[in-house]
Design a protein around this ligand. Structure first.
Ligand code: KG4
Ligand code: ZN
Length: 340
């Protein structure tokens, strides 16, 4: 089952050919970071325009790398998957139109995929043996969700962020600190040289709820900076390390508490924030201590990419069949997690 998968929900134009959900025959990711950096966030209109420019070359390169061209497309590709939401409306439309056009021309089934399900299953690309039940921890620039996965396509959302997503908190913190966008990787790097015990930022555990709230840590940072402006590079590294520690401990504590409460022996991470080196370390350590297997995608599959969409689409069609070929399908910017 060869799938051409397309991802354009935010600021990465990506296409990938994935065989049987886990064999990545090609993956192309064209990042728009440079375009959005000066605005410290993704500008939707600029994102849509860049997707329009990038989508055709990205798809062509992905097909080419997989040894496929437009002559043997019909023979070699079995279905076209695309991110149907959530995401930026204009950005989603570009990927959807490309996917629908190819599906229409080559008479291939079309598989709409929820972006969050892509992140949820991204670890399974490299760990074919992972099977539900597991606890999914989706931590990205737009989402922070704890979800139990009873079987493929059977979800229960336990909690989500009440305000900022984990990645958003990193991005906003970086802006306050005068660092560049996206903030997550920069803070992560600066933190490596710092002392995480310098400042004790609040840990918003929200007892009695599985929700998250990161705006408190962000405000604590703002208040700290008002009283203690950054003195030098050493001080900056200490602040980054302390901030990263607070976010990572909060995510780790709540995830393991949920795994224990729901008796889940596997935790599967996904989303750009799962690229964070301390988060990876704390989850793996806690997993060993609590005898819970922890799966974290490689860096390339942590942030937005089309291979994860091909992986999620594979599981979806395995359960539901290849019945999604409705070219009237519209992407939905606020698509919610739905059971299959
Ligand atoms: O999953 P993703 O690529 O896009 C969304 O679906 O949002 O995640 C992007 C987010 C950004 O907020 C970025 O700052 C964050 O992931 N991120 C990180 C790291 N690498 C990317 N956050 C913390 N540490 C990192 N190393
Ligand atoms: Zn994402």
């Amino acid at each position: 089952m060869n799938m051409l998968a397309i991802e354009t929900s935010c600021d990465e134009t990506s296409a990938s050919v994935v065989a049987n959900g886990s064999e990545v025959m090609s993956i192309i990711i064209s990042s728009q970071v440079k375009i959005h950096a000066e605005f410290f966030g993704v500008v939707p209109e600029l994102a849509s325009r860049a997707h329009i420019e990038n989508i055709n070359p990205v798809i062509c390169r992905a097909l080419n790398d997989a040894g496929i061209d437009f002559v043997d497309f019909a023979q070699k590709i079995d279905a076209v998957a695309f991110t149907a939401g959530p995401g930026l409306a204009g950005a989603l439309l570009v990927g959807a139109v490309a996917a629908k056009s190819l599906a229409c021309v080559y008479k291939k089934p079309l598989i709409p995929v929820n972006h969050l399900e892509g992140h949820l299953y991204s670890s399974l690309i490299e760990n074919k043996s992972v099977k539900p039940p597991f606890l999914g921890v989706i931590i990205s620039g737009g989402h922070t969700e704890l979800v139990t996965v009873k079987s493929f396509g059977k979800y229960r959302i336990l909690g989500r962020t009440r305000d900022d997503a984990a990645g958003e908190a990193f991005d906003k913190a970086a802006k306050m600190l005068g660092l560049s966008y996206p903030g997550g990787p920069v803070i992560d790097k600066m933190a490596e040289d710092g002392n995480s015990q310098t400042i004790r930022f609040t840990r918003p555990y929200l007892k009695g709820s599985w929700d998250f709230s990161f705006s408190g840590i962000k405000t604590a940072l703002l208040n700290y900076l008002k009283a203690n402006p950054v003195k030098n590079k050493r001080h900056l590294s200490d602040i980054c390390a302390s901030f990263r520690q607070a976010v990572a401990e909060t995510l780790c504590f709540k995830s393991f508490e949920a795994a224990e409460r729901f008796d889940l022996k596997q935790i599967v991470l996904g989303g750009g924030v799962s690229a964070n080196s301390l988060i990876r370390k704390l989850f793996l350590e806690a997993g060993r201590k609590n005898k819970i297997k922890v799966f974290i995608p490689s860096l390339i599959y942590s942030t937005d990419n089309a291979a994860m969409i091909g992986c999620a689409a594979y599981f979806k069609q395995k359960k539901c069949g290849l019945k999604y070929s409705d070219v009237q399908l519209k992407p939905n910017p606020s698509l919610s997690f739905e059971n299959w």
